[in-house]
Design a protein around this ligand. Structure first.
Ligand SMILES: NC(=O)c1ccc[n+]([C@@H]2O[C@H](COP(=O)([O-])OP(=O)(O)OC[C@H]3O[C@@H](n4cnc5c(N)ncnc54)[C@H](OP(=O)(O)O)[C@@H]3O)[C@@H](O)[C@H]2O)c1
Length: 428
């Protein structure tokens, strides 16, 4: 029985998960691909760091050339994270005709086109299942199993931290800041939570999915992005009352030949399968023109779920040999102008205003919505929380720019204290 030698670049959460799976599932892996996977070297930053005693010290190196220049290593696994030096190492590995598996969403979102082109030219594989939704095999599904479909829509809960925070805010009526602190204390959220709560992490992943599903060379700047920091328990209460749940959704959908790409908090009907995805779980809802609606659900992070996706990619490479996957790069860079401008998007909107409750104010606000052709499907005004009250509207289907124009005028009314929130509604 043959051995395939791999070089592991990074031995943190994901790298150690990959190691564990390769050791513990050795027999299953051999059964599935006919080879034993042997880790030849592990690249780390700090050689002095305490590691698993069961792993020989000589296995670790802080010199990337020990992996890149070793001709016996056929596949490198990049699980270090960050843009550089990860990009440089991957390009060097490709140049040396090594296959690459990476979990690095930030790198793929910003330089995926260049890396995929290099891999295609060198006739090596570059696989990245773990970069989106950890253990959920969504990349493979879009690339292979759904390749007979025209994909119309992808809506994902792609960030576990924000889903955990929103779930807690909903079930325990807690403020965002309080839940965030608690999540940081438990290690569910990073000390610097910006990438998660600001929606950047989800936007990276959406970039990768949209590139695959729609064959466009999406850049991270093409994705409209809003995080969850403005969501309050009051908005959640109104959402519940109106029959919705608030989720941070990453959405890519084709509308009349153009693609909407956006990450933002979203009202979704409480009956929608994504509404039931709680805690730190991830889910991806896909609609294809042949298959109809599908939903993938599972753990989007962690050593073993993410390691499972990485080792799955290694096995695919071994099984398929050098068979080149053409789907991804061939369609790139043709359709850049298809990405839709956010203002021209059409949908329904939740608007919460903080107003002084004087007679006639509702009429004034409604007529300003009317001026911009924004019609309203629900209006809720609650209690007398002097000196200000919340006034909540759900619009009918309308163009986003019209809502923005109406709100600019509404904000100037003397009775309006502020526009407290604007949240998009997906009634699918
Ligand atoms: N964590 C997850 O659940 C998850 C899920 C999906 C995708 N990902 C992605 O997987 C990648 C790795 O994430 P992680 O959570 O495993 O990271 P991590 O725990 O911070 O581990 C990073 C590893 O890379 C090594 N490293 C970092 N910079 C290096 C450099 N310049 N040279 C050599 N070694 C370097 C570190 O060495 P030391 O050990 O010496 O510090 C460490 O072993 C990221 O791209 C991340 O976005 C992670």
């Amino acid at each position: 029985m043959g051995k395939i030698k791999i070089g592991l670049m990074g031995f943190g959460t994901v790298g150690s998960g990959v190691w564990k799976i390769i050791q513990e599932n050795r027999d299953k892996i051999i059964e599935n691909c006919g080879y034993e996977i042997e880790v030849s070297k592990i690249l780390v930053q700090d050689l002095a760091k305490k590691r698993d005693d069961a792993i020989a010290k000589e296995m670790f190196t802080d010199n990337p050339t020990d992996i890149l220049e070793d001709e016996n290593i056929e596949i490198i696994i990049e699980v270090m994270g960050g843009i550089e030096p990860a990009k440089e190492y991957i390009l060097e590995a490709i140049k040396r005709r090594k296959h690459v598996v990476t979990a690095n969403k930030a790198l793929l979102a910003s330089h995926g086109g260049v890396l995929m082109k290099a891999a295609k030219e060198a006739n090596v594989k570059l696989l990245y299942e773990a970069s989106v939704a950890g253990g959920i095999p969504i990349i493979h599904a879009i690339k292979e199993s759904l390749s007979a479909n025209r994909i119309n829509r992808i809506m994902g809960i792609l960030n576990g931290t924000t889903n955990y925070i929103l779930t807690k805010m909903t079930s325990e009526k807690m403020e965002f800041e309080t839940v965030l602190k608690e999540a940081q204390g438990k290690g569910y959220a990073e000390a610097d939570p910006t990438s998660d709560v600001g929606g950047y992490d989800a936007a990276y992943k959406l970039t990768i999915l949209a590139r695959l599903a729609f064959g466009i060379d999406v850049k991270i700047e093409d994705v409209y992005r809003e995080g969850i920091t403005n969501i309050t328990p009051i908005d959640i209460e109104y959402a519940t009352e109106l029959g919705y749940v608030i989720k941070l959704l990453a959405i890519a959908k084709e509308v009349n030949g153009e693609i909407e790409l956006k990450v933002h908090p979203t009202f979704i009907p409480k009956e929608h399968p994504l509404a039931a995805v709680g805690d730190a779980f991830n889910a991806v809802y896909v609609k294809g023109n042949a298959v109809g609606e599908l939903m993938f659900y599972g753990k989007g992070a962690g050593d073993l779920p993410t390691g499972s996706a990485v080792v799955g990619d290694i096995i695919s490479i071994i099984r398929e040999g050098k068979h080149q996957n053409k789907r991804v790069s061939e369609k790139n860079e043709k359709n850049q102008n298809r990405i839709k401008d956010m203002g021209s998007n059409q949908g329904e909107y939740y608007v919460r205003l903080l107003i002084k409750d004087y007679p006639g104010v509702l009429g004034k606000i409604a007529s300003l919505f009317g001026k911009y052709n924004v019609s309203l499907s629900s209006v809720i005004q609650k209690g007398k929380e002097e000196p200000a009250v919340s006034l909540v509207f759900i619009t009918h289907d309308t163009v986003e720019l019209n809502v923005q124009y109406a709100l600019t005028d509404i904000a100037k009314l003397p009775e309006v204290i502020r526009i407290a929130n604007l949240i998009r509604v997906e009634n699918v």
